[in-house]
Write a protein that binds this ligand. Sequence first.
Ligand code: IMP
Ligand code: MG
Length: 177
Amino acid sequence: MEYKTEHPIDVMYTEEEVEARIIELGRQISKDYEGKSVHMICVLKGGVFFMTELAKRITVPVSMDFMCVSSYGSATKSSGNVIMKKDLDESIEGKDVLVVGDIIDSGRTLSNLLELLKERKPASLKLCTLLDKPDRRVVQVDIDYNGFTIPDEFVVGYGLDYDQKYRNLPYIGIVRL
Ligand code: IMP
Ligand code: MG
């Protein structure tokens, strides 16, 4: 399909490459959680495409919840302020929780979020991200599962936006602003 975009976008990972990597991650997660069930927490909005595709590739029982935190305005640099916009619907106490996000950039959003979730006493707490941009890290975050490590470029697609645009692109690409 040809997508109409306002900015030129250079493909970094094709839809096929992303799908193949998600299958691998699903396999690994299914193995690691054998005999358990996994409670997936999607970090909205960016994590939604990744989480639903990943969930379909996990063979142990899965439950899901969604939360929305924000650390960005419409710009491309992180402010470091995490605002809770939507909390979870259910308690995570005693559950094997897997947080699923789109990208770890400065690390601020996820490190704050993980701290907050830890206080709610899950049985275990792991982090899965579609993308890791380690060059821009400010706060250390332990990532358990990572789709791709990328250079310091602003990327869109597969859930990631620029100014709320391009989340629906089925590939990951660098947006040329
Ligand atoms: P952090 O708190 O700096 O790690 O930022 C995490 C959030 O910033 C992500 O969940 C994204 O919403 C956003 N973000 C960081 N880098 C990018 C990018 O390259 N493209 C789109 N969004 C990004
Ligand atoms: Mg965003």
